[in-house]
Structure formats: structure tokens, C-alpha cells
Design a binder for this molecule. Structure first.
Ligand SMILES: C[S@@+](CC[C@H](N)C(=O)[O-])C[C@H]1O[C@@H](n2cnc3c(N)ncnc32)[C@H](O)[C@@H]1O
Length: 414
């Protein structure tokens, strides 16, 4: 393919050289290849022993991928920029440069003419990964997974749409979390997964892909949401994928009964106390693992309004909200511990992408805590809510069961 547009070539070369030299390049994605055996190529910056390089990964249609690293030390910057420019323009019809401050789309016509569109980007800074941190995610760019295409995350040739880059990262981070708890789930037989307050279910589809395709497990997934239109949409996507183990129902999660013992309960950005209804149901049905990313926290904020014990915090609404968030989720974690779960509170994705980023990961302990331990935990919990003068929803749903079983040594909490 001959390039007839010298000015365009120079402009692309300069953009690439600046993006590498100034360390502002987040990703350069080359798609719509001229060679039919290719799928796409992705270039990214990384640093090893203090030295900046570019990793260039080319993906083939048969699923193979080749990675080559190119140094940009001294004069090599010009050479590497030239190589990337030539490769991109002669072999691909579309190039997307995603950089701090700017994103550029370059379309290359069959006659070698370039059409370049430059747009401002909100991201102002790029963190260059260490060599060992160019992480292989479970879903790679360039792989055209049917569920990602159906959900509008990527194109038919696997290019993740610019507007869906954050969603794609969220899906991959979430899959990392699923991968991390996979060993805590039964390793044989059919798995039962419930996604409660599933919304458009990006993450339910990702979870279903993980278990049924990636791990080749039989899985039934139940998605529940109040909105009948999103449930109709999710059912249609599942049907078109032929994923007949996915079942979506319109309904209120507070009344949901899992059809069988749930191995994994997901509640991702469930609004306010909807998270508490999901957690209470998951605890009662003794789910093996619970992954919950709470969403808006209104309940405890409202109750803290009149609290004078920490007036220097509570009188400022922004600080009161932060305190309410921490108190709500801290007490949710404590409740899970009372009921025999090991709990970790961690970040789901990069906090720059969403402030609602906290993940409560609870894994049912094999060894039951003793009655004495449960009584101690309940006392710590009661002291905390007594101090703040609050009654969290989750506790009002479960308190009787917790006290009863701690005293009588009944089956729950385990
Ligand atoms: C912020 S969206 C999150 C959707 C999805 N889980 C995600 O992470 O993208 C919250 C969803 O919870 C649903 N919801 C809120 N309260 C509910 C309830 N009590 N029962 C069922 N769904 C509920 C809403 O309809 C909405 O779709």
C-alpha cells in the first residue's frame, strides 16, 4: 500500500513521536487490517530498569498474538516512531491514538489518503506500566467475544469502542475478582450464580462467560432487576448468544428466593438499601461467596444528621457523606463476619474512573466461629451502632437471627 499523503504521514509521525517522547501515549490501536489474516495491533508504553520502551502486540484472526518490544532510547525514538507510523498507515485502515490530553482517529483510504480527527481527552496523565505490569487480562483487546459485541463494547473485529474503554477495563477488573475467588467455589457440578440488581448486566454476561466458556463449567445465572425493559434486553442478548443458562426476571430483590443454593451472589452498584436486602438474602441462603460493590449511601447519612458526637465532621455534608459511606460499609462487613464470612474490602477499579469503586468480598469460612466469638462480634457491632445512634437496614433484617443463633447455638450464624 503506497502512501500518497505525505503531509498526513508527517502529522501522524509527529503525533506518535510526541506521544512516546512525552510519555503521554496510553494506547495506539490499529484496526481494520488490509491483511485478512490479521485482526489488529496495539502499542503501549512500558518502563523497565528506568528505560522507556514500546510494546507492540499484533493479533491474528486464528487467535495467535505476537509481542515485540521496541526501545526508544536516544535516536531509537525516531526509528520506533517511523516504524509504528509505517506499520499503521500501510497495513491498517483505522488507527486510534489515545493519549493524555488528546485522542486521535486516523482513517486511511484505499488510495492512501489520510483523514485525521483530533479530539481533546479528559485524562491528563498516563501512568506508564512497569514491564512486568503489562498485565494480560482475561479479555484482551482484539478478541471479538460475541457477548462483548452484542453488549456494544467492541466491534465485530474486536476493537473496543473509545466510549466503552472504561467499561471494558471494569469488566476485566471484575473478572480478576471472579478469578481470585474461583478456588472458593465448588470445583465440580453445576454452579448457581445470582446477580441481584443486575441492570444491563455487563458483569453478569462477563461472569457467565468466565464460568461457561473460560472454565467450561455448567452454570445457571439468575439476574433480577426492578426494570422490565432492561430485563427484556438482557433476556434477548442471552437468547441471541444461545446462553440458555442465563435467566432474567423482573422483580424486587428483597423478595427474591434463589432456586437452589447460591454459590456466588453478586450485587454490583445496587442502590442504597437494595445492597442490604441482597446481603441479607445471600447470608440467609449461605452463599459460598458474595461480591458486592455498594452504590449510593443515603440511609446512614440521614441517621447521622442529628449526631452531635462527631459534630466537627457531621456538620459538613460532604464529610458526613464520607463518614456515612465508611460506617455503612464497615458495619456491612462486620455483619458478614458475624455470620461466618471472611471479609475483604478492596478497590474494584481505578478510583479515577468512578468514585463508587469499593468492593466487599465475602467468602464463607469452612470453620464456624464459636458462640463466644459470635457474641463478641455482636457486642462490638452493638457498641458501634450505639455510639452513632443508628440502626442500619442490614442489621434490622438480621439482628434476631444473629442473636438467636449466638445464644442457642443454632445453625446460623455458622
Ligand atoms: C446503578 S444500577 C447497577 C446495575 C448493574 N448491576 C451494574 O453494575 O451496572 C442499579 C440497579 O439496581 C436496580 N434496583 C434498585 N433497587 C432494586 C430492588 N429493590 N430490586 C431490584 N432491582 C433494584 C435498579 O433498577 C438499577 O437497574
Amino acid at each position: 500500500m503506497l502512501i500518497s499523503d505525505n503531509a498526513g504521514f508527517e502529522r501522524v509521525y509527529t503525533l506518535i513521536q510526541n506521544a512516546i517522547g512525552n510519555r503521554t501515549l496510553s494506547k495506539m490501536i490499529m484496526s481494520r487490517p488490509r491483511d485478512k489474516t490479521m485482526l489488529r495491533a496495539v502499542a503501549m508504553l512500558f518502563e523497565k530498569n528506568g528505560e522507556l520502551s514500546v510494546s507492540l502486540e499484533s493479533f491474528m484472526k486464528d487467535g495467535k498474538a505476537v509481542r515485540k518490544n521496541h526501545t526508544v532510547k536516544g535516536n531509537e525514538l525516531q526509528k520506533t516512531s517511523q516504524l509504528l507510523t509505517e506499520l499503521a498507515i500501510t497495513q491498517y485502515r483505522q488507527i486510534n491514538l489515545i493519549c493524555a490530553g488528546i485522542s486521535v482517529e486516523i482513517l486511511v483510504s484505499d488510495k492512501g489518503k489520510l483523514h485525521i480527527t483530533e479530539k481533546k481527552q479528559e485524562i491528563k496523565e498516563i501512568a506508564v506500566a512497569g514491564h512486568d505490569r503489562i498485565k494480560k487480562y482475561l479479555l484482551s483487546e482484539g478478541e471479538a467475544h460475541p457477548f462483548l459485541i452484542k453488549l456494544g463494547v467492541c466491534s465485530e473485529n474486536g476493537r473496543v469502542y473509545d466510549k466503552k474503554q472504561a467499561k471494558f477495563r471494569q469488566i476485566n477488573k471484575f473478572l480478576d475478582q471472579i478469578d481470585a475467588i474461583y478456588g472458593d467455589l465448588p470445583q465440580e457440578g453445576e454452579l448457581c450464580v445470582c446477580d441481584l440488581c443486575c441492570g444491563k448486566s455487563y458483569l453478569s454476561f462477563a461472569a457467565y462467560w468466565y464460568f461457561s466458556v473460560h472454565k467450561a463449567r455448567k452454570v445457571s445465572l439468575y439476574g433480577v432487576d426492578l426494570k422490565s425493559d432492561v430485563i427484556a434486553y438482557c433476556s434477548e442478548v442471552a437468547r441471541s448468544l444461545g446462553w440458555d443458562g442465563m435467566h432474567f426476571k423482573t422483580g424486587d430483590v428483597s423478595r427474591f428466593q434463589p432456586p437452589s443454593h447460591p454459590n456466588l451472589v453478586l450485587s454490583l452498584h445496587a442502590c442504597d438499601v437494595a445492597t442490604d436486602y441482597v446481603l441479607a438474602g445471600a447470608i440467609r441462603s449461605e452463599a459460598d461467596v458474595i461480591l458486592s460493590t455498594p452504590c449510593c449511601h443515603h440511609e446512614i447519612n440521614g441517621q447521622l444528621k442529628g449526631f452531635s458526637g462527631l459534630d466537627f465532621i457531621c456538620k459538613h455534608s460532604m464529610l458526613r457523606q464520607k463518614l456515612a459511606d465508611a460506617v455503612t460499609d464497615g458495619l456491612r462487613a462486620k455483619t458478614l463476619e458475624i455470620f461466618g464470612y471472611d471479609v475483604t474490602v478492596c478497590e474494584l477499579i481505578d478510583p479515577d474512573e468512578t468514585p463508587k469503586n469499593l468492593l466487599i468480598r465475602a467468602v464463607k469460612r469452612r470453620k464456624k466461629p464459636s458462640s463466644a466469638q459470635v457474641i463478641n462480634l455482636i457486642k462490638e457491632y452493638s457498641d458501634a451502632i450505639g455510639f452513632f445512634g443508628i440502626t442500619p437496614k442490614l442489621w434490622s433484617l438480621l439482628e434476631d437471627e444473629a442473636r438467636l443463633s449466638a445464644i442457642s447455638g443454632e445453625r446460623k450464624p455458622q
